[in-house]
Write a protein that binds this ligand. Sequence first.
Ligand code: NAD
Ligand code: UGA
Length: 434
Amino acid sequence: MKVVMIGAGYVGLVSGTCFAEFGAQVTCVDVDQAKIDALHAGRIPIYEPGLDDMVARNVREGRLHFSTNLADSVPEADLVFIAVGTPTRRGDGHADLQYVYAAAKDVAQHLRDYTVIVDKSTVPVGTARHVARIIREENPQADFDVASNPEFLREGAAIADFTHPDRIVIGVESGRAEQRLRALYRPLSLIEAPILATNLESAELIKYASNAFLAVKISFINEMSGLCEKVGADVHAVAKGMGMDGRIGSKFLHAGPGYGGSCFPKDTLALTRIAQEHGTSVRIVEAAVEANGAQKARMVRKIMDALGGDVAGKRIGILGLTFKPETDDMRDAPALAILPPLLEKGAMIQAHDPQGMEEAKHLLPEGVAYYDDAYAALDGVDALVLLTEWNEYRNLDLPRIAAAMQGKVFVDLRNVYEAERLAEAGFAYTCVGR
Ligand code: NAD
Ligand code: UGA
Protein backbone atom coordinates (compact mmCIF):
# COMPACT_ATOMS: atom_id res chain seq x y z
CA MET A 1 0.00 0.00 0.00
CA LYS A 2 1.46 3.37 -1.02
CA VAL A 3 0.34 6.41 0.95
CA VAL A 4 1.03 10.12 0.56
CA MET A 5 0.39 12.34 3.57
CA ILE A 6 0.09 16.02 2.66
CA GLY A 7 1.04 18.10 5.69
CA ALA A 8 3.70 16.90 8.14
CA GLY A 9 2.33 18.62 11.24
CA TYR A 10 0.93 17.19 14.50
CA VAL A 11 -1.56 15.00 12.64
CA GLY A 12 0.18 14.32 9.32
CA LEU A 13 3.51 13.32 10.81
CA VAL A 14 1.96 11.07 13.47
CA SER A 15 -0.56 9.46 11.08
CA GLY A 16 2.02 9.00 8.32
CA THR A 17 4.51 7.46 10.72
CA CYS A 18 1.90 5.12 12.20
CA PHE A 19 0.76 3.99 8.73
CA ALA A 20 4.44 3.22 7.97
CA GLU A 21 4.59 1.31 11.25
CA PHE A 22 1.58 -0.72 9.99
CA GLY A 23 3.69 -1.63 6.94
CA ALA A 24 2.62 0.93 4.31
CA GLN A 25 5.09 2.85 2.13
CA VAL A 26 4.51 6.46 3.23
CA THR A 27 5.72 9.81 1.93
CA CYS A 28 4.97 12.86 4.07
CA VAL A 29 4.92 15.97 1.89
CA ASP A 30 5.01 19.48 3.29
CA VAL A 31 5.42 22.93 1.73
CA ASP A 32 7.60 23.95 4.68
CA GLN A 33 11.13 23.28 3.44
CA ALA A 34 12.64 23.79 6.91
CA LYS A 35 10.35 21.10 8.33
CA ILE A 36 11.28 18.60 5.63
CA ASP A 37 15.00 19.45 5.97
CA ALA A 38 14.76 18.84 9.71
CA LEU A 39 13.04 15.48 9.15
CA HIS A 40 15.71 14.47 6.62
CA ALA A 41 18.33 15.38 9.22
CA GLY A 42 16.58 13.15 11.78
CA ARG A 43 15.08 16.01 13.80
CA ILE A 44 11.38 15.95 14.73
CA PRO A 45 9.87 19.45 14.38
CA ILE A 46 7.33 18.93 17.20
CA TYR A 47 7.42 17.52 20.72
CA GLU A 48 5.30 14.37 20.81
CA PRO A 49 6.39 11.57 23.16
CA GLY A 50 7.66 8.46 21.36
CA LEU A 51 7.46 9.97 17.87
CA ASP A 52 11.22 10.38 17.39
CA ASP A 53 11.95 6.68 17.85
CA MET A 54 9.07 5.61 15.62
CA VAL A 55 10.08 8.01 12.84
CA ALA A 56 13.73 6.91 13.04
CA ARG A 57 12.80 3.21 12.89
CA ASN A 58 10.50 3.58 9.90
CA VAL A 59 12.97 5.77 8.00
CA ARG A 60 15.74 3.23 8.70
CA GLU A 61 13.56 0.36 7.50
CA GLY A 62 12.75 2.24 4.28
CA ARG A 63 8.99 2.72 4.77
CA LEU A 64 8.88 6.45 5.63
CA HIS A 65 10.02 9.27 3.35
CA PHE A 66 9.81 13.06 3.35
CA SER A 67 9.53 15.48 0.47
CA THR A 68 8.39 18.94 -0.55
CA ASN A 69 7.36 17.65 -3.96
CA LEU A 70 4.10 15.81 -4.69
CA ALA A 71 5.29 14.82 -8.17
CA ASP A 72 7.65 12.19 -6.69
CA SER A 73 5.03 10.20 -4.84
CA VAL A 74 1.43 11.00 -5.89
CA PRO A 75 1.49 9.20 -9.28
CA GLU A 76 2.26 5.88 -7.52
CA ALA A 77 -0.03 6.42 -4.51
CA ASP A 78 -3.04 4.27 -3.61
CA LEU A 79 -4.25 6.84 -1.10
CA VAL A 80 -3.43 10.53 -0.70
CA PHE A 81 -4.33 12.05 2.68
CA ILE A 82 -4.83 15.78 3.16
CA ALA A 83 -3.71 16.64 6.72
CA VAL A 84 -3.03 20.36 6.44
CA GLY A 85 -4.16 23.00 8.94
CA THR A 86 -7.75 24.34 9.04
CA PRO A 87 -7.36 27.29 11.43
CA THR A 88 -10.05 29.82 12.25
CA ARG A 89 -10.53 32.18 9.31
CA ARG A 90 -9.68 35.70 10.31
CA GLY A 91 -12.74 37.85 10.85
CA ASP A 92 -15.64 35.40 10.73
CA GLY A 93 -14.87 32.26 12.77
CA HIS A 94 -15.31 29.81 9.87
CA ALA A 95 -12.65 27.16 9.23
CA ASP A 96 -10.09 28.51 6.77
CA LEU A 97 -9.98 25.95 3.96
CA GLN A 98 -7.38 27.63 1.77
CA TYR A 99 -4.68 25.03 2.61
CA VAL A 100 -7.02 22.10 1.95
CA TYR A 101 -8.06 23.52 -1.41
CA ALA A 102 -4.46 24.35 -2.36
CA ALA A 103 -3.46 20.77 -1.53
CA ALA A 104 -6.36 19.40 -3.63
CA LYS A 105 -5.28 21.54 -6.57
CA ASP A 106 -1.65 20.40 -6.23
CA VAL A 107 -2.62 16.73 -6.06
CA ALA A 108 -4.89 16.85 -9.09
CA GLN A 109 -2.10 17.44 -11.56
CA HIS A 110 -0.13 14.39 -10.44
CA LEU A 111 -2.85 11.74 -10.32
CA ARG A 112 -2.24 8.78 -12.64
CA ASP A 113 -4.08 5.54 -11.80
CA TYR A 114 -7.14 5.21 -9.55
CA THR A 115 -6.42 7.04 -6.28
CA VAL A 116 -8.43 7.73 -3.13
CA ILE A 117 -8.08 11.31 -1.87
CA VAL A 118 -8.83 11.37 1.85
CA ASP A 119 -9.56 14.42 4.00
CA LYS A 120 -7.94 13.84 7.39
CA SER A 121 -8.02 17.51 8.30
CA THR A 122 -11.03 18.62 10.34
CA VAL A 123 -13.23 20.22 7.71
CA PRO A 124 -16.80 21.56 7.46
CA VAL A 125 -19.54 19.43 5.96
CA GLY A 126 -19.34 19.59 2.19
CA THR A 127 -15.57 19.95 1.95
CA ALA A 128 -14.90 16.47 0.53
CA ARG A 129 -17.37 17.16 -2.28
CA HIS A 130 -15.69 20.49 -2.95
CA VAL A 131 -12.27 18.79 -3.01
CA ALA A 132 -13.69 16.40 -5.63
CA ARG A 133 -14.91 19.37 -7.70
CA ILE A 134 -11.49 21.03 -7.55
CA ILE A 135 -9.74 17.86 -8.68
CA ARG A 136 -12.21 17.31 -11.52
CA GLU A 137 -11.77 20.88 -12.73
CA GLU A 138 -7.98 20.68 -12.57
CA ASN A 139 -7.72 17.25 -14.14
CA PRO A 140 -10.89 16.05 -15.89
CA GLN A 141 -9.21 12.70 -16.78
CA ALA A 142 -8.35 11.82 -13.18
CA ASP A 143 -9.63 8.47 -11.89
CA PHE A 144 -10.32 9.03 -8.19
CA ASP A 145 -12.73 8.96 -5.26
CA VAL A 146 -12.78 11.30 -2.29
CA ALA A 147 -13.20 10.08 1.28
CA SER A 148 -13.34 11.56 4.75
CA ASN A 149 -11.30 10.00 7.54
CA PRO A 150 -11.28 12.45 10.46
CA GLU A 151 -8.60 12.06 13.09
CA PHE A 152 -9.33 11.78 16.82
CA LEU A 153 -5.82 11.67 18.30
CA ARG A 154 -4.84 13.91 21.22
CA GLU A 155 -1.53 15.69 21.33
CA GLY A 156 0.77 14.23 23.95
CA ALA A 157 -0.84 10.80 23.55
CA ALA A 158 -0.96 10.84 19.77
CA ILE A 159 0.74 7.53 19.02
CA ALA A 160 -1.27 5.56 21.56
CA ASP A 161 -4.49 7.20 20.33
CA PHE A 162 -3.68 6.49 16.68
CA THR A 163 -2.65 2.89 17.23
CA HIS A 164 -5.45 2.12 19.73
CA PRO A 165 -8.37 4.21 18.51
CA ASP A 166 -11.85 4.07 20.05
CA ARG A 167 -13.12 4.07 16.46
CA ILE A 168 -12.06 4.75 12.90
CA VAL A 169 -14.57 6.80 10.94
CA ILE A 170 -14.59 6.60 7.18
CA GLY A 171 -16.93 8.61 5.00
CA VAL A 172 -17.12 7.16 1.51
CA GLU A 173 -19.27 7.06 -1.57
CA SER A 174 -17.81 4.03 -3.31
CA GLY A 175 -17.10 0.46 -2.26
CA ARG A 176 -13.69 0.70 -3.91
CA ALA A 177 -12.61 3.63 -1.72
CA GLU A 178 -14.01 1.92 1.37
CA GLN A 179 -12.05 -1.27 0.62
CA ARG A 180 -8.81 0.69 0.25
CA LEU A 181 -9.26 2.47 3.54
CA ARG A 182 -10.25 -0.74 5.32
CA ALA A 183 -7.14 -2.45 3.90
CA LEU A 184 -4.90 0.37 5.16
CA TYR A 185 -6.35 0.10 8.67
CA ARG A 186 -6.42 -3.72 8.63
CA PRO A 187 -3.51 -4.06 11.12
CA LEU A 188 -5.84 -2.50 13.71
CA SER A 189 -8.39 -5.27 13.24
CA LEU A 190 -6.09 -7.40 15.44
CA ILE A 191 -7.03 -5.19 18.37
CA GLU A 192 -10.62 -5.05 17.11
CA ALA A 193 -10.64 -1.29 16.54
CA PRO A 194 -14.19 -0.63 15.28
CA ILE A 195 -14.61 0.95 11.87
CA LEU A 196 -17.67 3.08 11.18
CA ALA A 197 -18.26 3.50 7.47
CA THR A 198 -20.79 6.18 6.60
CA ASN A 199 -21.40 8.90 4.04
CA LEU A 200 -19.11 11.90 3.55
CA GLU A 201 -21.33 14.41 5.33
CA SER A 202 -21.80 12.25 8.42
CA ALA A 203 -18.08 11.55 8.74
CA GLU A 204 -17.29 15.26 8.49
CA LEU A 205 -19.91 16.11 11.10
CA ILE A 206 -18.91 13.30 13.50
CA LYS A 207 -15.55 15.01 13.96
CA TYR A 208 -16.99 18.43 14.86
CA ALA A 209 -19.78 16.92 16.95
CA SER A 210 -17.26 14.85 18.95
CA ASN A 211 -14.93 17.76 19.68
CA ALA A 212 -17.86 20.03 20.50
CA PHE A 213 -19.37 17.46 22.87
CA LEU A 214 -16.07 17.11 24.75
CA ALA A 215 -15.77 20.90 24.91
CA VAL A 216 -19.34 21.08 26.28
CA LYS A 217 -18.40 18.57 28.99
CA ILE A 218 -15.41 20.68 30.02
CA SER A 219 -17.39 23.92 30.01
CA PHE A 220 -20.13 22.20 31.99
CA ILE A 221 -17.78 21.13 34.78
CA ASN A 222 -16.02 24.51 34.68
CA GLU A 223 -19.34 26.24 35.28
CA MET A 224 -20.07 23.75 38.08
CA SER A 225 -16.67 24.67 39.58
CA GLY A 226 -17.80 28.30 39.85
CA LEU A 227 -21.00 27.17 41.54
CA CYS A 228 -19.04 24.83 43.87
CA GLU A 229 -16.98 27.79 45.05
CA LYS A 230 -20.17 29.71 45.93
CA VAL A 231 -21.95 26.89 47.75
CA GLY A 232 -19.05 25.13 49.46
CA ALA A 233 -19.06 22.00 47.31
CA ASP A 234 -15.95 20.24 45.98
CA VAL A 235 -15.85 19.93 42.18
CA HIS A 236 -13.67 16.82 42.46
CA ALA A 237 -16.39 15.04 44.39
CA VAL A 238 -19.11 16.40 42.08
CA ALA A 239 -17.24 15.21 38.96
CA LYS A 240 -16.53 11.84 40.55
CA GLY A 241 -20.14 11.37 41.57
CA MET A 242 -21.38 12.37 38.13
CA GLY A 243 -18.81 10.21 36.36
CA MET A 244 -19.88 7.09 38.26
CA ASP A 245 -23.06 7.19 36.20
CA GLY A 246 -22.14 5.15 33.14
CA ARG A 247 -24.38 7.35 31.02
CA ILE A 248 -22.24 10.37 31.88
CA GLY A 249 -18.73 8.90 32.16
CA SER A 250 -15.84 10.26 34.19
CA LYS A 251 -13.63 11.54 31.38
CA PHE A 252 -13.34 15.20 30.40
CA LEU A 253 -14.82 16.38 33.68
CA HIS A 254 -11.67 17.99 35.07
CA ALA A 255 -12.27 21.59 36.00
CA GLY A 256 -9.47 23.93 35.01
CA PRO A 257 -8.58 27.25 33.42
CA GLY A 258 -10.70 26.59 30.31
CA TYR A 259 -9.97 24.39 27.33
CA GLY A 260 -7.36 25.47 24.82
CA GLY A 261 -5.33 23.94 22.04
CA SER A 262 -5.37 23.86 18.28
CA CYS A 263 -8.76 22.19 18.01
CA PHE A 264 -11.50 22.69 20.63
CA PRO A 265 -11.52 26.51 20.37
CA LYS A 266 -11.46 26.61 16.56
CA ASP A 267 -13.73 23.59 16.02
CA THR A 268 -16.46 24.72 18.43
CA LEU A 269 -16.45 28.12 16.74
CA ALA A 270 -16.49 26.58 13.27
CA LEU A 271 -19.43 24.32 14.22
CA THR A 272 -21.47 27.34 15.28
CA ARG A 273 -20.72 28.90 11.88
CA ILE A 274 -21.60 25.72 9.98
CA ALA A 275 -24.97 25.67 11.76
CA GLN A 276 -25.60 29.37 11.06
CA GLU A 277 -24.70 28.90 7.41
CA HIS A 278 -27.38 26.22 7.19
CA GLY A 279 -30.00 28.34 8.90
CA THR A 280 -29.97 26.51 12.22
CA SER A 281 -28.13 26.85 15.50
CA VAL A 282 -26.14 24.82 18.03
CA ARG A 283 -26.94 26.84 21.14
CA ILE A 284 -25.32 24.42 23.55
CA VAL A 285 -22.04 24.72 21.68
CA GLU A 286 -22.37 28.52 21.58
CA ALA A 287 -22.86 28.47 25.35
CA ALA A 288 -19.80 26.22 25.81
CA VAL A 289 -17.68 28.68 23.81
CA GLU A 290 -18.96 31.59 25.88
CA ALA A 291 -18.46 29.73 29.16
CA ASN A 292 -14.89 28.90 28.14
CA GLY A 293 -14.08 32.59 27.60
CA ALA A 294 -15.69 33.39 30.95
CA GLN A 295 -13.65 30.67 32.70
CA LYS A 296 -10.38 32.16 31.47
CA ALA A 297 -11.48 35.64 32.62
CA ARG A 298 -12.49 34.14 35.99
CA MET A 299 -8.97 32.71 36.35
CA VAL A 300 -7.48 36.21 35.95
CA ARG A 301 -9.76 37.47 38.74
CA LYS A 302 -8.89 34.45 40.88
CA ILE A 303 -5.18 35.21 40.60
CA MET A 304 -5.78 38.89 41.39
CA ASP A 305 -7.97 38.06 44.39
CA ALA A 306 -5.32 35.67 45.71
CA LEU A 307 -2.90 38.59 45.64
CA GLY A 308 -5.26 40.93 47.49
CA GLY A 309 -7.01 42.39 44.45
CA ASP A 310 -4.11 44.30 42.92
CA VAL A 311 -1.21 42.78 40.99
CA ALA A 312 0.62 46.03 40.15
CA GLY A 313 4.28 45.56 41.03
CA LYS A 314 3.69 41.95 42.12
CA ARG A 315 5.90 39.12 40.87
CA ILE A 316 4.05 36.04 39.67
CA GLY A 317 5.73 32.71 38.90
CA ILE A 318 3.92 30.74 36.18
CA LEU A 319 4.44 27.00 35.91
CA GLY A 320 3.27 25.72 32.53
CA LEU A 321 2.42 27.63 29.36
CA THR A 322 1.28 25.00 26.84
CA PHE A 323 -2.45 24.19 26.59
CA LYS A 324 -1.85 20.75 28.13
CA PRO A 325 1.16 18.69 29.22
CA GLU A 326 3.34 16.57 26.89
CA THR A 327 3.15 18.93 23.93
CA ASP A 328 5.01 22.05 22.80
CA ASP A 329 1.83 23.37 21.15
CA MET A 330 0.88 26.87 22.32
CA ARG A 331 -2.10 27.37 19.98
CA ASP A 332 -4.97 28.94 21.97
CA ALA A 333 -3.31 27.98 25.26
CA PRO A 334 -5.14 29.50 28.29
CA ALA A 335 -1.80 31.21 29.12
CA LEU A 336 -2.34 33.44 26.08
CA ALA A 337 -5.61 34.73 27.56
CA ILE A 338 -4.60 34.81 31.23
CA LEU A 339 -1.10 36.32 31.23
CA PRO A 340 -1.63 39.46 29.07
CA PRO A 341 -4.27 41.03 31.39
CA LEU A 342 -1.99 40.39 34.39
CA LEU A 343 0.89 42.11 32.58
CA GLU A 344 -1.39 45.02 31.63
CA LYS A 345 -2.30 45.44 35.29
CA GLY A 346 1.37 45.78 36.17
CA ALA A 347 2.34 42.25 37.26
CA MET A 348 5.86 40.97 36.57
CA ILE A 349 5.82 37.44 35.24
CA GLN A 350 8.49 34.76 35.59
CA ALA A 351 7.57 31.68 33.58
CA HIS A 352 8.70 28.12 33.04
CA ASP A 353 7.49 25.39 30.70
CA PRO A 354 9.33 22.16 29.83
CA GLN A 355 8.60 22.39 26.08
CA GLY A 356 6.57 25.48 25.18
CA MET A 357 8.83 28.44 25.95
CA GLU A 358 10.31 28.95 22.48
CA GLU A 359 6.85 29.21 20.93
CA ALA A 360 5.49 31.20 23.88
CA LYS A 361 8.13 33.88 23.29
CA HIS A 362 6.55 34.58 19.88
CA LEU A 363 2.99 34.66 21.20
CA LEU A 364 3.10 36.34 24.62
CA PRO A 365 3.69 40.06 25.05
CA GLU A 366 7.11 41.41 25.98
CA GLY A 367 7.75 41.52 29.68
CA VAL A 368 7.57 37.82 30.50
CA ALA A 369 10.88 36.51 31.86
CA TYR A 370 11.55 32.87 30.90
CA TYR A 371 13.51 30.42 33.05
CA ASP A 372 14.98 27.05 32.10
CA ASP A 373 14.37 25.73 35.59
CA ALA A 374 10.99 25.68 37.37
CA TYR A 375 12.46 26.56 40.76
CA ALA A 376 14.45 29.47 39.29
CA ALA A 377 11.17 30.88 37.92
CA LEU A 378 9.81 31.00 41.48
CA ASP A 379 12.70 32.96 42.93
CA GLY A 380 11.37 36.04 44.77
CA VAL A 381 7.77 35.73 43.50
CA ASP A 382 4.74 36.83 45.49
CA ALA A 383 2.58 34.07 44.02
CA LEU A 384 2.94 30.82 42.12
CA VAL A 385 0.34 29.91 39.48
CA LEU A 386 0.24 26.31 38.28
CA LEU A 387 -1.24 26.65 34.80
CA THR A 388 -0.37 23.34 33.06
CA GLU A 389 -0.17 20.04 34.92
CA TRP A 390 3.20 18.78 33.64
CA ASN A 391 4.40 15.80 35.69
CA GLU A 392 7.40 17.73 36.98
CA TYR A 393 5.02 20.18 38.72
CA ARG A 394 2.99 17.47 40.43
CA ASN A 395 5.34 16.89 43.32
CA LEU A 396 7.15 20.17 43.87
CA ASP A 397 9.61 20.44 46.76
CA LEU A 398 7.35 22.64 48.90
CA PRO A 399 9.93 23.71 51.53
CA ARG A 400 12.29 24.65 48.70
CA ILE A 401 9.74 26.81 46.88
CA ALA A 402 8.52 28.35 50.15
CA ALA A 403 12.12 29.42 50.85
CA ALA A 404 12.58 30.78 47.31
CA MET A 405 9.30 32.72 47.14
CA GLN A 406 8.76 36.17 48.57
CA GLY A 407 5.06 35.57 49.29
CA LYS A 408 3.25 32.31 50.07
CA VAL A 409 0.37 32.38 47.59
CA PHE A 410 -0.20 29.20 45.60
CA VAL A 411 -2.83 29.32 42.84
CA ASP A 412 -3.45 25.85 41.43
CA LEU A 413 -5.55 26.15 38.26
CA ARG A 414 -5.35 22.38 37.61
CA ASN A 415 -6.36 21.13 41.07
CA VAL A 416 -3.18 19.06 41.36
CA TYR A 417 -2.54 19.65 45.07
CA GLU A 418 -4.47 18.99 48.26
CA ALA A 419 -5.44 22.06 50.29
CA GLU A 420 -4.42 20.47 53.63
CA ARG A 421 -0.90 19.69 52.44
CA LEU A 422 -0.38 23.21 51.13
CA ALA A 423 -1.76 24.77 54.32
CA GLU A 424 0.65 22.64 56.37
CA ALA A 425 3.51 23.94 54.21
CA GLY A 426 2.43 27.49 55.02
CA PHE A 427 0.82 28.47 51.71
CA ALA A 428 -2.38 30.40 51.09
CA TYR A 429 -3.83 27.93 48.59
CA THR A 430 -6.47 28.64 45.92
CA CYS A 431 -7.70 26.17 43.33
CA VAL A 432 -10.69 25.70 41.01
CA GLY A 433 -14.06 24.67 42.40
CA ARG A 434 -12.94 23.31 45.75
P1 NAD B 1 -0.18 21.69 11.70
O1 NAD B 1 -0.27 23.15 11.52
O2 NAD B 1 0.67 21.12 12.78
O3 NAD B 1 0.33 21.01 10.33
C1 NAD B 1 -0.16 21.34 9.08
C2 NAD B 1 1.00 21.19 8.07
O4 NAD B 1 0.48 21.32 6.76
C3 NAD B 1 2.07 22.26 8.21
O5 NAD B 1 3.34 21.65 8.39
C4 NAD B 1 2.00 23.03 6.88
O6 NAD B 1 3.27 23.51 6.44
C5 NAD B 1 1.47 21.98 5.95
N1 NAD B 1 0.83 22.48 4.73
C6 NAD B 1 -0.02 23.52 4.57
N2 NAD B 1 -0.41 23.63 3.28
C7 NAD B 1 0.19 22.62 2.61
C8 NAD B 1 0.17 22.18 1.25
N3 NAD B 1 -0.57 22.79 0.31
N4 NAD B 1 0.93 21.13 0.90
C9 NAD B 1 1.69 20.49 1.82
N5 NAD B 1 1.74 20.85 3.13
C10 NAD B 1 0.99 21.89 3.52
O7 NAD B 1 -1.68 21.18 11.84
P2 NAD B 1 -2.22 19.91 12.68
O8 NAD B 1 -2.30 20.25 14.12
O9 NAD B 1 -1.47 18.71 12.25
O10 NAD B 1 -3.72 19.83 12.14
C11 NAD B 1 -4.01 19.39 10.84
C12 NAD B 1 -5.50 19.10 10.75
O11 NAD B 1 -5.84 18.00 11.59
C13 NAD B 1 -6.41 20.25 11.20
O12 NAD B 1 -7.56 20.26 10.41
C14 NAD B 1 -6.76 19.88 12.62
O13 NAD B 1 -7.99 20.44 13.03
C15 NAD B 1 -6.85 18.38 12.53
N6 NAD B 1 -6.58 17.68 13.79
C16 NAD B 1 -5.56 18.07 14.59
C17 NAD B 1 -5.28 17.36 15.76
C18 NAD B 1 -4.17 17.77 16.68
O14 NAD B 1 -4.07 17.20 17.76
N7 NAD B 1 -3.33 18.72 16.34
C19 NAD B 1 -6.04 16.21 16.06
C20 NAD B 1 -7.08 15.83 15.19
C21 NAD B 1 -7.34 16.57 14.06
C1 UGA C 1 -8.65 17.12 21.36
C2 UGA C 1 -9.49 15.84 21.40
O1 UGA C 1 -9.37 15.24 22.68
C3 UGA C 1 -9.04 14.86 20.32
O2 UGA C 1 -9.89 13.73 20.32
C4 UGA C 1 -9.10 15.55 18.97
O3 UGA C 1 -8.61 14.70 17.95
C5 UGA C 1 -8.26 16.80 19.01
O4 UGA C 1 -8.72 17.68 20.07
C6 UGA C 1 -8.34 17.57 17.74
O5 UGA C 1 -9.32 17.52 17.04
O6 UGA C 1 -7.33 18.22 17.49
P1 UGA C 1 -6.22 17.83 22.23
O7 UGA C 1 -6.67 19.21 21.88
O8 UGA C 1 -4.90 17.36 21.77
O9 UGA C 1 -7.29 16.77 21.68
O10 UGA C 1 -6.21 17.69 23.81
P2 UGA C 1 -7.28 17.32 24.95
O11 UGA C 1 -6.65 16.34 25.84
O12 UGA C 1 -8.60 16.99 24.42
O13 UGA C 1 -7.37 18.71 25.75
C7 UGA C 1 -7.91 19.86 25.15
C8 UGA C 1 -8.05 20.96 26.20
O14 UGA C 1 -9.07 20.65 27.13
C9 UGA C 1 -6.78 21.19 27.02
O15 UGA C 1 -6.61 22.57 27.21
C10 UGA C 1 -7.07 20.48 28.33
O16 UGA C 1 -6.37 21.01 29.42
C11 UGA C 1 -8.57 20.74 28.45
N1 UGA C 1 -9.26 19.76 29.31
C12 UGA C 1 -9.36 18.46 28.90
C13 UGA C 1 -9.85 20.17 30.49
O17 UGA C 1 -9.77 21.35 30.88
N2 UGA C 1 -10.53 19.24 31.25
C14 UGA C 1 -10.64 17.95 30.87
O18 UGA C 1 -11.29 17.17 31.61
C15 UGA C 1 -10.05 17.54 29.67
